[in-house]
Design a protein around this ligand. Structure first.
Ligand code: HEM
Ligand code: HEM
Length: 195
């Protein structure tokens, strides 16, 4: 299965945005209540807001495209949890991968395979949670949304942060592992040719 140019573009934007958000979160400093953002920490916090709001649009576009596209990974493969067929395929793939690993060989790289796709879907859900809670927090801060939900969504945002880190690191390591075994997963996902 070849991934379309739109999938590759959206994926590259998503990867860039998330790496940016996670790195910036290590040094940014949110202003105290009623104060303006100041200094390097404050400036980076404003970057976090702006890129975060843009990444909400990218995540939305990714889900929409995943739902519309026909010859690539389907929504049912990204979210197999709600159908018996999806769960069956996931379970068979899990057993197959485990059998190959026990022979001390690297499982064959299969773009859009049931296990990999289910994990990609979970990653996308974690990043969606980050962008939605970030957006809700921002709306509350700007006094557009219902008062009182600001603290709650900020806590949920912080709860999902370690999951976003875990997904990014695990996912990037898996991609490097495929490359290490001569499987061209990274080249296939990041090339800029027209196909
Ligand atoms: C946290 C940021 C990222 C998210 C949310 C993300 C999400 C995804 C998703 C949803 C897919 C499945 C594509 C599809 O079928 O629609 C995918 C595939 C892929 N991603 Fe990422 N990605 C991220 C960062 C990265 C980074 C930094 C790399 C580079 C090392 C990378 C390398 C790949 C590769 C090689 C594939 C294809 C894997 C396969 O065919 O099984 N991703 N990613
Ligand atoms: C891809 C999207 C995003 C990612 C990956 C992300 C990541 C993070 C991380 C890792 C933290 C630090 C959590 C902690 O200290 O435990 C954080 C904090 C925060 N983020 Fe985001 N974020 C995203 C989007 C947004 C958006 C859209 C907004 C609002 C416009 C936002 C506003 C905040 C705020 C207010 C904090 C708390 C800052 C503080 O009190 O120090 N984030 N984010």
């Amino acid at each position: 299965m070849n991934r379309s140019r739109l999938t590759r573009c959206l994926h590259a934007l998503l990867a860039l945005a998330v790496v940016h958000q996670l790195l910036v979160s290590l040094v940014m400093k949110a202003p105290e209540e009623g104060r303006e953002a100041a200094g390097l920490g404050g400036g980076l916090f404003e970057f976090h807001e702006t890129v975060g709001l843009a990444s909400f649009a990218v995540v939305l576009a990714y889900w929409l495209w995943a739902w519309l596209r026909r010859s690539e990974t389907s929504m049912a493969s990204l979210l197999p949890w709600f159908s018996a067929a999806g769960m069956g395929a996931l379970w068979r793939d899990l057993q197959m991968q485990w059998d190959v690993l026990r022979t001390r060989h690297a499982p064959e790289y299969e773009p859009g395979g049931p296990l990999a796709s289910a994990i990609h879907g979970l990653g996308l859900l974690a990043i969606s949670a980050m962008t939605v809670t970030g957006l809700l927090w921002w709306l509350t801060y700007e006094a557009v949304a219902v008062d009182g939900i600001g603290e709650t969504v900020k806590e949920i945002h912080e709860l999902f942060a370690p999951l976003a880190w875990a997904y990014l690191i695990g996912h990037a390591l898996m991609a490097l592992w495929h490359s290490w075994h001569g499987q061209r997963a990274i080249q296939a996902m990041f090339h800029c040719r027209r196909d």
